[in-house]
Design a protein around this ligand. Structure first.
Ligand code: FAD
Ligand code: UDP
Length: 368
């Protein structure tokens, strides 16, 4: 046996926390090290003006995986929040995801048949046989009106590239619906932990030794000597000293403001789909859980930008060039029998939380 711990876990994000929790429950000794001064990775919440604020972007838990849902509910009670964002375009508000309310506001159509006819006409006019990029994918799925009002401007801001240069799969996340249902997600279960995500993370990490403010790479050899095995959840290119080059990300700047009013926009999420407005969305945190005083509210504007060294890497850019580079890193990672790689940064994949929980549960089962 190498050191006092069975597992060293690098990163106290959701992946690291779920894995740590399962391994501890099985009697393993684990140590978690985290670069930030906070636990939970991008789930971390702050309390501002009596309101629970999602510090690294709004997080809504949704899944159809019952085992995942039951697992997270062991650590936190979830409220019944249902995400139903609005889109602000040229001074008007529209419901998302694209549904009968959107089609009614956009075209005045009142029945699913009328909406289908409209969309079919537009799809045909687009005449895309085999979509080669995001623009063609969107035109072939929803037609030009919806593409131009709700997709083009938002997506080009979010990704900093023209839609004709983006991979088509990004847009498959947006469903098209012929009912008056504004629920953004199709999943069976959805909600936000009562008291915020810190409750979930505290529950997962209960009784586990976590060293905050500690970067693995600053103490690498000392830390490696402490445990038999490592679970690494940081950036995979960093782990291998960028030997194949740097993977690209999009980052976000969050501009948070306390306002002297109890209700600023009447909804948790409003997307700004005009290209001319520099932010992509405004989050009003109190609407996630109804918390907060009557006289104040907290809002956050999200400004996407290109990632530079030292920024937080939020969104992997899964285009052909970056995917090819990641595949090389993955070969090195697979060949490293002492280190496990898991999560959004180590696998360079845009995972939602339920996918992270699923992956971390599966990995812990394999290890035990
Ligand atoms: P992370 O949360 O990034 O955790 C990795 C941790 O490792 C971090 O704390 C990091 O500081 C630490 N670390 C990295 N390198 C080192 C090092 N060298 N030494 C020590 N520690 C290190 N998912 C949903 O399901 N619903 C949503 O609504 C949703 N909204 C999102 C909105 C935004 C803006 C973003 C960015 C993400 C959103 N997600 C959402 C995705 C969700 O955040 C991820 O699925 C989840 O946080 C991934 O967990 P992780 O542990 O893999 O990564
Ligand atoms: N998107 C869009 N218009 C919108 C919302 C989303 O075109 O009003 C596109 C955009 O390309 C975005 C993708 O859909 O990157 C996924 O958006 P979603 O809000 O589901 O993902 P998130 O950024 O919250 O992870």
């Amino acid at each position: 046996k190498k050191g006092p711990y069975d597992y060293l876990i690098v990163g106290a994000g959701l992946f690291g926390a779920v894995f740590a929790c399962r391994m501890k429950a099985a009697g393993k000794k684990v140590l978690v090290v985290e670069r930030r001064d906070t636990r939970g990775g991008n789930l971390y919440c702050d309390r501002i003006a009596g309101i629970n604020v999602h510090s690294y972007g709004a997080h809504i838990f949704h899944t159809s995986d019952k085992e995942v849902w039951d697992f997270v509910n062991r650590f936190a009670e979830f409220n019944r929040y249902t995400n139903s964002p609005l889109a602000y375009y040229r001074g008007k508000l529209y419901n998302l995801p694209f549904n009968m309310n959107t089609f009614y506001s956009l075209w005045g159509v009142t029945t699913p048949q009328q909406a289908c006819v409209r969309i079919e006409e537009q799809r045909r006019a687009a005449a895309v046989a085999e979509p080669r990029n995001l623009e063609e994918q969107a035109l072939s799925l929803v037609g030009r009106d919806i593409y131009e009002a709700f997709i083009k401007g938002y997506t080009e801001k979010q990704w900093g590239r023209p839609c004709t240069e983006l991979p088509a799969f990004i847009i498959k996340r947006l469903p098209l619906r012929f009912t008056f249902d504004n629920n953004y997600f199709n999943d069976r279960y959805q909600g936000i932990p009562i008291g915020g995500y810190n409750v979930l993370i505290d529950g997962l990490l209960d009784g586990i030794e976590v060293r905050l403010g500690m970067d693995f790479f600053e103490h690498r050899s000392r830390l490696e000597a402490l445990a038999d095995k490592i679970l690494y959840t940081g950036s995979v290119d960093r782990y291998f000293d960028y030997c194949f080059g740097r993977l690209e990300y999009r980052t976000l700047r969050f501009e948070t403001e306390v306002l002297e009013c109890g209700n600023y926009q009447g909804n948790a999420v409003v997307n700004y789909t005009d290209a001319a407005i520099p932010y992509t969305r405004i989050i009003e945190h109190r609407h996630f859980d109804g918390s907060g005083p009557e006289s104040r509210t907290v809002i956050t504007r999200e400004y996407p930008s290109e990632y530079r060294d030292g920024d937080e890497p939020y969104y992997p850019i899964n285009d052909v060039r970056n995917e090819a580079m990641y595949e090389k890193y993955k070969m090195l990672a697979d060949a490293d029998s002492n280190t496990l790689f898991g999560g959004r940064l180590a696998e360079y994949k845009y995972y939602d939380m339920h996918q992270i929980v699923r992956k971390a549960l599966d990995l812990s089962k394999r290890e035990l």
